[in-house]
Design a protein around this ligand. Structure first.
Ligand SMILES: Cc1cc2nc3c(=O)[nH]c(=O)nc-3n(C[C@H](O)[C@H](O)[C@H](O)COP(=O)(O)OP(=O)(O)OC[C@H]3O[C@@H](n4cnc5c(N)ncnc54)[C@H](O)[C@@H]3O)c2cc1C
Length: 422
């Protein structure tokens, strides 16, 4: 354990790299670990799962976040894993086609400039950049944080006890680190009125590299084929619920019941998707919500990614915010000796970007999932208009933040931040 005052001056010699515990090894966690390691920090990553979590639905990396993965040297690997989706087809509740268009028009990203990759591929690529350089503790999690003047005493579920200079929670929307250091989730979670189920199912419609979405007021069903006709498809059921369905959050049987009742009377194809959910062994259920916090740090504990500022899938920006937030936090910690100054700089330089992207849900994401017949008709009119447009206007919020260069390390701490890999 190093002992260092919070207000150590920039010019004072520093005895050793600071130790940082990063909680979570998905997207924000490995990104933060990578940049901290490059700046000379000794990093430990703890992940609840027994390995980096693979699989999952396709996610977007775009705007400023592309610069983060480019600087980490993983862009070529991600381009190779790019899910090349040819079209999105929107259907009415009975399967009648409303419109078919290129995905970039819906996402408001620029064709050829954004990336869409399976979530597991992104995690694997990021994890590969740190696995040889940081200490990894899988199949474990934090049960207690005890902060004192010189660090944070951490107790792990495995029984281990360690002291770190700093702890960063990158453990997702239901962050345990946030609960320990900031209080219960309901203080920070803003429910957006939808619940959803994601799972894989057989490709009964023989879809190839395309997404199909059936919509009725207040409920939508989608099949996403990221491969060919012989590959399984990602199913997605998203439905409106004015009140948070708290009873279903931790009960898979209640989740299946809730979804089944939400889709009662659905057309044949959608009913088939609901039936397939009952056979799925990888059902993921959650509600659409954002995490909004007045501060992203408390003492020596900070949060990043969904744990601090989940924007919800309705914005399609969760992974991009996680990548950019992790870079900005690591940069601030590399630049400032005092973690207080570093955490303040992280918030000052990142919050506006986060706020603008979270605000996309007001006029962006949710418009794809209208809750009334009138709003659905307006959405369909909007989608038809997109087809007639000659080019896509990129969403400015995606690139709102211009990524600063990596910070120079403090004298004597080592690190190699001057090398920007492109
Ligand atoms: C249906 C759906 C569609 C989405 N679509 C998109 C999209 O198109 N574009 C996009 O950018 N984003 C999308 N997202 C969101 C995206 O997946 C997240 O925003 C992003 O993964 C955030 O990364 P993160 O690293 O902050 O958190 P997470 O990916 O949630 O990772 C948290 C990690 O911490 C681990 N963990 C949790 N608790 C603990 C603990 N107590 N101790 C140790 N480890 C712990 C978890 O196992 C996990 O590995 C979507 C999400 C959903 C659900």
């Amino acid at each position: 354990m190093t002992s260092r005052s919070r207000s150590a001056s920039h010019s004072a010699p520093h005895p050793a790299p600071r130790t940082v515990l990063v909680v979570g090894a998905s997207i924000a966690g490995p990104t933060l670990a990578y940049w901290l390691h490059r700046s000379g920090f000794a990093v430990t990553v703890v992940e609840k799962a027994h390995a980096p979590r693979g699989g999952g639905y396709p996610i977007d990396v775009r705007g400023t976040a592309l610069d983060v993965v480019r600087r980490m040297g993983v862009l070529p690997r991600l381009r190779a894993a790019h899910v090349d989706t040819g079209r999105f087809t929107f259907l009415d509740a009975d399967g009648g086609e409303i419109v078919s268009l290129h995905p970039s028009a819906v996402a408001r990203s620029v064709e050829g400039q954004g990336l869409e990759v399976a979530r597991g591929d992104l995690t694997a690529a990021l994890y590969a950049t740190v696995r040889d350089d940081v200490e990894l503790r899988f199949d474990d999690h934090v049960t207690a944080l005890d902060e004192h003047q010189h660090g944070v005493d951490v107790t792990f579920r495995s029984g281990a006890r360690r002291t770190f200079d700093l702890v960063v929670g990158a453990d997702g929307v239901h962050s345990g680190t946030r609960a320990l250091a900031f209080g219960p989730e309901d203080r920070f979670h803003r429910y957006l009125g939808y619940a959803f189920a994601v799972f894989t199912m057989p490709n009964t419609l023989g879809l190839t590299h395309e997404l199909m979405m059936w919509s009725a007021p207040g409920r939508a069903a989608a099949l996403y084929a990221t491969g060919g006709a012989d590959d399984a498809v990602h199913a997605f059921l998203n439905f409106h619920r004015p009140a948070l369905p708290s009873h279903a959050l931790r009960d898979p049987d209640a989740q299946r019941d809730l979804v089944t009742s939400a889709y009662a009377g659905a057309g044949r194809q959608v009913a088939g998707i609901v039936d397939a959910m009952h056979e799925a062994d990888d059902l993921f259920f959650d509600t659409a919500g954002q995490i909004r916090m007045p501060r992203w740090s408390s003492g020596r504990v900070a949060l990043v990614g969904d744990a601090a500022f989940a924007p919800s899938f309705l914005t399609g920006q969760g992974s991009s915010l996680a990548l950019v937030g992790a870079y900005m936090l690591a940069r601030s910690l590399a630049e400032h000796r005092s973690h207080v100054a570093a955490f303040a700089a992280y918030e000052r330089d990142t919050r506006e970007f986060v706020t603008k992207n979270q605000a996309l849900v007001a006029d962006g994401g949710a418009r794809l999932f209208p809750t009334t017949a009138e709003a659905l008709e307006r959405r369909n009119t909007m989608l038809r208009a997109l087809v007639a447009m000659p080019g896509t206007t990129p969403e400015p919020a995606h690139s709102e933040l211009v990524l600063p260069e990596p910070a120079a390390p403090w004298p004597g701490r080592g690190g190699k931040p001057h090398l920007t890999r492109r």
